[in-house]
Ligand binder design. Structure first.
Ligand code: NAG
Ligand code: NAG
Length: 618
C-alpha cells in the first residue's frame, strides 16, 4: 500500500493558479459544479477581471437553474489560496521555468493530500516536476482543458509516476460536474486535442499568411467541412483512402522538407497490407465496415465497394455453332452481383484486352480466322463507343494477349500464327516487331506451335518484357521467355541475342502478368492436371536463363503453383490494390483468389467463353 491518501472534497475548495482566459473558465466550471474556487494571481487587474467574469458568465456554465453553485474568489497570496484545497490546477503561460518553480512552491504550501494538475499542453508534465519529490509526483497529473463552457472535454495524462487512483478519482469528479474526461493512452508531448489543434493552427496560419484565404473564408470553409461532419479525421482519412492520403503527405513532405516517419511511412504499413480505408474490404485505420454506415453492411458489400470493374472478352465460340467468328463480345461486370453488360458485340474472336484510364480507351486484339492473316488491334472508349482500328488487318496475323507499358506508354501484344511479339503507341504509330520466331508465310513454320507467342507482360522496373510460347495443346512444352525493352543496337527481331528462356516444359503457359511492386511474375496455364490448368507465380529473383534443353520447370522447385481446377483458364489479372488475382476460363466463369491462391470465389457461370480480362479501378 502506498502512502497516497485520496482527498476529501466536501467543504474543500479548488484552487486555480492564474486567472487568465483559461484559468477563470476552469474556476467557473468547478464553481458551476458546486465547488468554491480560489483563483491565485499576482496581478491585481487580472484578479478583478476574473471575478467579474465569474459574476457575469457563470450562468452559461450552469447546466440547469437552481443547482448548487460555488463561489469564485481571487487572492494574491499563494498560501491563502491553496489552504485546504483538495485540487490545485496550475494554469500558467506555457513557460517551463514558471511551471518548475510553482511545482516546488506548491509542494511546500498545499495540503499534503491535495491533487495537483498542470495544464501544460505542449510540455510533458514530468518536465515541470524535475525539482519535486517522488511522493508528490504520484499526486500530480496533467489536465488539459479546452475552451469551456462551449467544449466540455478535459484530457488527463500521467506525469510518468501519477498514481492510477489519482487519474480515476479526477475522472469521476470531472464527470460529476458535467465534463467529459479523456485519458491520453501514453505520455507523448501534448495531448490528443492540443496536438490536433496545433496542426490545425499551423496550417491555418500558413493559409492566411500566404494570402490563400482570409480568416473569414477559412472559418467558413471549416464550418462547412468539419462542424457539419460527424466523422472524425481518422474516419475521414479512411473515406478518402489511405493511399491518397499518403500521396498528399508525400507531396507536403517533399515540398516542406518534413520527416515522413509518422505520416507516409506509417501509412505505408496499412497500404502494404491492402488496408486502404472504407473502399477496401480489409478496412483501414478502422476495421472493415466500421466507417461505412450503409444499410447493407455485409462483408460482401464492403468487398464490393472498392472492387474494380472487370472488362472481359467472350471469344464467341459458345454463342452460336455456326457464325461464331462474328459472335465475340466485350463484356463488363464485377464481383458485386451485377449482371454482365455487353459493351461491344459482333467481334471476330477477341482474345486480349487492356485498359488505359489516361487515354480513356479499351484496347483489344482480334484473332480473326486463325489460319488467315486477318488479326487486328482495336480501341474503343470506356463506354464502348467510337471503335477505332489501332493495328490494321494485314499487320498482325492472330492477335493474342495485349498489355500496356504504363511507364513508356506502349502497347505490347503477342500473336500466334504470325509468330511475333510487337509493340506500338496507343494510336498505332511506331509499330515495331520485337520478336520474330520464323516466317509465317512458310506453312510449316506457321503451323509449328512451338513458335507461337501468346501471353505478354512488361516490367519497366527491370527493363524487360516477358512472353509465353505455349507449345502444342497440353503437351508440356510451354515456355516463358524474356528480352529487353530497349532493342539491342544493330540487331533485329529475328537475330536479337538478348532473348532468354526462364521456364520450359510447362504444361501449357498462356497469359502473363507482372506485379511491379512485388516483383512477381504470374501466369495462367491451360495444360493438363495435375500441374496444368492452374495459376502460378515466381518472384523475379527466382528467374534464371535456362540453357540446358532437358531441364524441366517444376512447381516448388522453380515456381509456386497457387490455384488449380479451372476449366481451360486463359485471362489473368492481378488487382494489386485489393490484393486479389482474377482469372477467366473458357467455360464462361470469372474466378477470384487471394494472392496466395486461397479464398477462391466464382462469379458468372456459362455466360460465354471467356478469354482476356482487364481491371479498371475508379
Ligand atoms: C542482325 O540483323 C541486322 C539487320 O538485318 C544486321 O545488321 C546484323 O548484322 C544481324 N546480326 C547478326 C548477329 O546476324
Ligand atoms: C534480321 O536480319 C537477318 C539478317 O541478319 C535477316 O535474315 C532477317 O530476315 C531479319 N529479320 C527481320 C525481322 O527483319
Amino acid at each position: 500500500m502506498s502512502a497516497l491518501i485520496l482527498p476529501q472534497t466536501e467543504n474543500h475548495p479548488v484552487c486555480v493558479l492564474g486567472g487568465g482566459v483559461l484559468g477563470r473558465r476552469i474556476a467557473c466550471a468547478w464553481a458551476a459544479g458546486g465547488y468554491d474556487c480560489n483563483i491565485r494571481d499576482p496581478d491585481e487587474e487580472q484578479r478583478a477581471s476574473a471575478v467579474r467574469y465569474f459574476e457575469t458568465s457563470i450562468s452559461t456554465f450552469l447546466a440547469a437553474e437552481g443547482g448548487a453553485c460555488g463561489t469564485v474568489r481571487a487572492y494574491d497570496d499563494l498560501e491563502t489560496a491553496v489552504k485546504d484545497a483538495w485540487l490545485v490546477i496550475e494554469c500558467f503561460p506555457e513557460r517551463l521555468d514558471f511551471k518548475v518553480n510553482m511545482c516546488t512552491e506548491l509542494e511546500r504550501h498545499a495540503p499534503r493530500d491535495a491533487m495537483m494538475c498542470t495544464i501544460s499542453s505542449s510540455y510533458v508534465s514530468r518536465e515541470a516536476l524535475e525539482k519535486v519529490g517522488d511522493e508528490t509526483k504520484k499526486g500530480i497529473c496533467n489536465m488539459h482543458w479546452t475552451m469551456s463552457p462551449q467544449n466540455k472535454m478535459v484530457e488527463l495524462m500521467t506525469d510518468g509516476q501519477t498514481d492510477e487512483r489519482v487519474s480515476s478519482f479526477l475522472s469521476q469528479r470531472l464527470a460529476e460536474i458535467g465534463y467529459l474526461p479523456v485519458q491520453a493512452r501514453n505520455e507523448p508531448t501534448g495531448f490528443v486535442i492540443s496536438r490536433m489543434w496545433a496542426a490545425i493552427k499551423r496550417e491555418a496560419l500558413m493559409i492566411v499568411s500566404q494570402g490563400v484565404a482570409t480568416p473569414e473564408e477559412l472559418d467558413s470553409v471549416w464550418a462547412e467541412m468539419y462542424t457539419k461532419n460527424t466523422a472524425g479525421p481518422c474516419k475521414m482519412m479512411d473515406a478518402v483512402g489511405l493511399d491518397t492520403v499518403s500521396f498528399v503527405e508525400q507531396h507536403y513532405a517533399k515540398e516542406r522538407n518534413l520527416p515522413t516517419e509518422h505520416t507516409v511511412d506509417y501509412l505505408q504499413r496499412y497500404i502494404d497490407e491492402g488496408k486502404l480505408g472504407t473502399k477496401s474490404s480489409k478496412g483501414g485505420l478502422y476495421p472493415p465496415g466500421t466507417a461505412q454506415e450503409t444499410a447493407q453492411n455485409s462483408a460482401d458489400h464492403r468487398d464490393a465497394l472498392h472492387a474494380p470493374t472487370i472488362y472481359f472478352l467472350d471469344i464467341g465460340l459458345s454463342n452460336s455453332p455456326k457464325d461464331f467468328f462474328n459472335k465475340g463480345r466485350i463484356l463488363m461486370g464485377g464481383t458485386d452481383g451485377r449482371p454482365l453488360k455487353t459493351l461491344v458485340d459482333r467481334q471476330h474472336m477477341p482474345d486480349g484486352i487492356a485498359i488505359s484510364l489516361n487515354l480513356g480507351k479499351i484496347f483489344w486484339t482480334s484473332m480473326g480466322i486463325p489460319s488467315a492473316n486477318d488479326g487486328c488491334v482495336y480501341s474503343t472508349n470506356l463506354d464502348g463507343s467510337d471503335i477505332q482500328v489501332v493495328v490494321p488487318v494485314g499487320n498482325i496475323h492472330t492477335g493474342k494477349q495485349i498489355t500496356i507499358d504504363r511507364v513508356n506508354k506502349k502497347l505490347y501484344f503477342c500473336e500466334r500464327e504470325g509468330l511475333r511479339v510487337m509493340r506500338c503507341n496507343g494510336d498505332g504509330s511506331n509499330h515495331e516487331v520485337l520478336v520474330q520466331n520464323g516466317d509465317w508465310r512458310n506453312p510449316d513454320e506457321m503451323k509449328d506451335q512451338m513458335r507461337w507467342c501468346v501471353g505478354i507482360a512488361v516490367s519497366p522496373s527491370t527493363g524487360q518484357f516477358y512472353w509465353t510460347q505455349k507449345g502444342y495443346s497440353k503437351s508440356n512444352q510451354g515456355k516463358i521467355m524474356r528480352a529487353n525493352i530497349d532493342f539491342p543496337a544493330g540487331q533485329n527481331a529475328t537475330n536479337r541475342t538478348d532473348i532468354e528462356c526462364v521456364f520450359q516444359k510447362l504444361p501449357e503457359s498462356i497469359d502473363l502478368e507482372c506485379d511491379e511492386e512485388g516483383h512477381i511474375l504470374y501466369w495462367s496455364d491451360r495444360g493438363e492436371l495435375p500441374i496444368g490448368n492452374s495459376i502460378n507465380r515466381a518472384s523475379f529473383s527466382r528467374l534464371r536463363a535456362i540453357t540446358d534443353p532437358s531441364v524441366k520447370s517444376m512447381p516448388e522447385e522453380h515456381y509456386d503453383l497457387i490455384a488449380r481446377n479451372m476449366h481451360e483458364t486463359i485471362g489473368l489479372a492481378v488487382d494489386m490494390k485489393n490484393k486479389y488475382i482474377y482469372c477467366t476460363d473458357l467455360s464462361g466463369t470469372l474466378y477470384r483468389f487471394n494472392l496466395d491462391g486461397g479464398g477462391r470465389r466464382k462469379y458468372y457461370d456459362g455466360e460465354g467463353s471467356f478469354t482476356g480480362l482487364a481491371l479498371m479501378h475508379v
